[in-house]
Design a protein around this ligand. Structure first.
Ligand SMILES: *[C@@H]1O[C@H](CO)[C@@H](O)[C@H](O)[C@H]1NC(C)=O
Ligand SMILES: *[C@@H]1O[C@H](CO)[C@@H](O)[C@H](O)[C@H]1NC(C)=O
Ligand SMILES: *[C@@H]1O[C@H](CO)[C@@H](O)[C@H](O)[C@H]1NC(C)=O
Length: 384
């Protein structure tokens, strides 16, 4: 109990808007990183059905190919938790997926979810959201907007998500299955849905400290999670366990220049996102947010939150995973795959590859990005 009180105090301090201050020191935006390499860049504001604003970037064509007047299949890229559109461009044109896709002839859209720095600039959200709202509303809005705005009369697109960018896909496609028809191929990098077997000490420790249904979750669920103080509060609390948590998310093969570039943005999000993941880890289920019995009855008309109906995801889902991702254990990926109707498993054959290496690894091009592009191209050839 005493530990919980200390945690609560630190969480209160974390709600201070540090992120906003730090944002001013970030030098380059996704737009800058695209333009810097000679590619054309566009910046959009997108409104969601529930009144939030999202920022999206686009590389409409490749300046190398000069293919602005030919048909370019649309692809949408979506970042992970406490992250941003930067991740798809930080390793530069020889490695980062956005550039490689552009040079392969695709119309590349890069999303941001509500509340991250790019979207927050447009409109500060109520912090009462988790990956559920990001999937249900934000991802739907991004897909519809990209299809409508590309002006190429395409009815469907390719999708790539990293980490929470996969969770939001599973959320949208299971709860609004009509969206599956808008997907050509979907690539889940480090798929996060079932989280039963995580062995990252920081997560297991935090999950043990924060009770499901507790007053802490109720109080903090409507607050912002600031990056620096937020993660520091975790490390203050769980010093021993969490010291290396960030280091463990990258590996000795991570591109350090890109790592620094991607860390410059002061990532932010909501505490509810963090709690939702922790609760799902504790329950072992991929399910909606667990309030308390009374609130659950009001919101869901049931004492327990409903599980996401993964079985309704009929789109072609490619699951990309590794052996030693602390946040995405192989057993959980297999359990998820067992329930997906149409899936292809891709085990990345590299011994040293960590959670953030899906955009930072110095061999992402060979192990990940070229194989993904090959699958998308094959799809385009087969459906011509
Ligand atoms: C670009 O990537 C390829 C494949 O990973 C590599 O062989 C080549 O050396 C890289 N070129 C530069 C300029 O970094
Ligand atoms: C938070 O969102 C949930 C789900 O949309 C809603 O039921 C609840 O009333 C909201 N809580 C507050 C305090 O706005
Ligand atoms: C590392 O990232 C930088 C940009 O941040 C890029 O210029 C460089 O080519 C990348 N190197 C490798 C080996 O991926």
């Amino acid at each position: 109990m005493q530990k919980q009180l200390i945690l609560a105090l630190i969480l209160m301090v974390s709600s201070v808007d540090v992120a906003q201050v730090l944002y001013k020191y970030k030098q380059k935006t996704t737009h800058d990183l695209i333009v810097e390499h000679g590619y054309p860049a566009e910046h959009y504001k997108i409104e969601t059905e529930d009144g939030n604003m999202l920022a999206a970037f686009r590389i409409p064509f490749s300046h190398k190919l000069q293919n602005q007047n030919t048909k370019r299949p649309i692809v949408l890229l979506q970042h992970g938790l406490l992250s941003s559109s930067d991740v798809w461009v930080v390793s530069g044109p020889n490695d980062s997926l956005a550039f490689l896709l552009s040079d392969a002839g695709f119309d590349v859209w890069i999303g941001n979810n509500r509340g991250n720095e790019y979207s927050k600039e447009l409109k500060k959200p109520s912090w009462n959201f988790s990956f559920h709202e990001i999937g249900y509303y934000d991802l739907a809005a991004l897909i519809d907007f990209a299809l409508k705005t590309s002006g190429q009369e395409q009815k469907s697109l390719h999708y790539v998500g990293h980490s929470q960018g996969t969770t939001v896909y599973f959320t949208l496609m299971s709860l609004r299955p009509e969206y599956n028809a808008k997907i050509k191929t979907a690539h889940m990098l480090a798929p996060v849905a079932i989280m039963k077997n995580i062995h990252n000490e920081c997560i297991t420790c935090a999950a043990n400290l924060i009770p499901v249904n507790g007053w802490m979750a109720r109080y903090f669920s409507h607050k912002e999670f600031g990056k620096i103080i937020g993660s520091r509060s975790f490390s203050l609390c769980f010093d021993k366990e969490c010291k290396n948590v960030l280091e463990k998310l990258s590996s000795e093969h991570s591109n350090k220049t890109a790592l620094i570039e991607s860390a410059k943005i002061s990532q932010t999000g909501s505490w509810k996102q963090i709690f939702h993941f922790l609760f799902n880890y504790k329950s072992g289920n991929f399910q909606q947010f667990d309030y308390d019995t009374v609130r659950n009855l009001e919101v869901y008309k049931a004492e327990k939150p409903p599980k996401y109906p993964i079985e309704k995801i009929t789109s072609e889902v490619h699951l990309w995973y590794i052996d030693n991702d602390e946040l995405v254990p192989v057993d959980d990926v297999i359990a998820l795959a067992d329930r997906l109707p149409k899936k292809v498993l891709h085990h990345i054959e590299h011994p040293l590859w960590a959670h953030s290496d899906y955009y930072l690894h110095n061999e992402i091009r060979k192990y990940l990005n070229e194989p993904i592009i090959k699958i998308m191209r094959q799809y385009e050839l087969d459906t011509k």
